[in-house]
Design a protein around this ligand. Structure first.
Ligand SMILES: [Ca+2]
Length: 365
């Protein structure tokens, strides 16, 4: 396939994932994407369903919001900012905890990706052709742990603070000598995408789209630098679990936590969501592409977008990646400042990490 044809094919795949209003688009094609979107009104399915809320969930009313960011702190993949609509949905008030995930694992016998033997034939499909097979002693079940040096290191090289730890998984987050004893209310971690999806299926829920997550994280406000306003720590108050100090070697933990915190350690946002910013990163169901926002912003009204049809990360083109949201206890203003609703990161679908978990959503009907 010629490159140009391939490009058109990829774009058509992309656009099919976002409901368009082609007539309105052609009528207003002279305007900028944001102007076009704002000029339209639409009916949203945002009425709160009657009856009790599902246990542990709150109603997120849906509506029109500005997705993405052109703010000076935003990375290139967060822009441009444009108008998106999402329908209302239920969302877990907190990240799925160790106790909740244990209940699922015990009920189903589920084994997470980090606990399974490594299949080299599958793994090598995600690597550049010709990548040599590592020794068998390295190809053992495990996951990525935060293992910082005791001195300053260049911040462009994350291998300085992330290590592959054989035996690390949700039951033993730092490896074989660790456990989650006494940590029932902490977020479950080392969860690959299919693990999160399996849990969601079992619970009768699903994972949020990137748009749903970002809408929920804004808490009904928009255009602010942070979810709670324009100051990171208003009146010196820490409103989320992130990193203070010199990243990665010196964590001074002014917010009270050097790593993950139990749920409800920080105030909820206006929707009643805890740790929707900070603590651990959370999976969204969208495939990752760096140009998602520039593509979706071309649509008159981008309603309930579900992201591109395929993943593409130019840094690692062979690795399927989904978008993770919310930032973690490792986000630092010196390094990534990903404790903002528009922040987005690409993560390999089979990659569990010590600072990555999830929460679920559920449709109204
Ligand atoms: Ca979180």
């Amino acid at each position: 396939m010629k490159l140009s044809a391939l490009f058109v094919f990829l774009i058509s795949l992309f656009l099919s994932s976002c409901q368009t209003e082609s007539k309105k688009q052609s009528e207003t094609s002279a305007s900028s994407p944001t102007e076009k979107a704002v000029s339209e009104t639409s009916v949203l399915t945002s009425a709160k369903p009657a009856g009790e809320a599902p246990e542990g969930m709150v109603w997120i009313p849906g509506g029109q919001f500005i997705m993405g960011s052109d703010h000076e702190t935003a990375t290139e993949v967060e822009g441009p900012a444009y108008t998106v609509e999402v329908s209302g949905f239920w969302m877990d008030t907190h990240e799925v905890t160790n106790a909740e995930f244990r209940e699922f694992a015990e009920a189903t016998g589920y084994v997470t990706v980090a606990e399974r033997p490594i299949n080299w034939e599958e793994m090598k499909k995600q690597l550049p052709p010709g990548t040599p097979k590592p020794p068998d002693e390295v190809l053992q079940p495990g996951s990525l742990i935060f293992d910082p040096p005791n001195h300053a290191v260049p911040l462009h090289d994350y291998s300085q603070w992330w290590s592959w730890k054989i035996g690390a998984n949700w039951r033993q987050p730092k490896g074989p000598d660790s456990s989650i004893k006494g940590k029932d209310n902490f977020p479950v971690t080392h969860i690959a995408y299919e693990d999160a999806q399996a849990y969601a299926d079992w619970a009768g829920k699903r994972l949020p789209t990137e748009a749903e997550y970002e809408f929920a994280a804004q808490g009904g406000t928009t255009g602010q630098a942070f979810a709670w306003g324009d100051e990171l720590t208003p009146s010196g108050k820490y409103l989320a679990n992130f990193f203070q100090g010199d990243f990665p070697h010196k964590n001074v933990s002014i917010d009270g936590f050097a790593s993950a915190s139990p749920f409800k350690s920080f105030p909820p946002n206006k929707y009643g969501l805890y740790d929707i910013i900070g603590n651990v990163w959370e999976w969204s169901s969208d495939w990752y592409r760096p140009d998602t926002h520039s593509q979706q912003s071309k649509i008159t009204i981008c309603r309930n977008p579900t992201g591109p049809e395929q993943s593409y990360d130019p840094q690692e083109p062979f690795t399927p990646k989904r978008v993770i949201k919310g930032g973690s206890y490792l986000c630092s203003d010196q390094y990534c400042s990903n404790y903002r609703p528009s922040a987005r990161m690409a993560t390999a679908v089979d990659s569990g990490q010590e600072h990555l978990g999830f929460r679920c959503v559920k449709d109204a009907g």
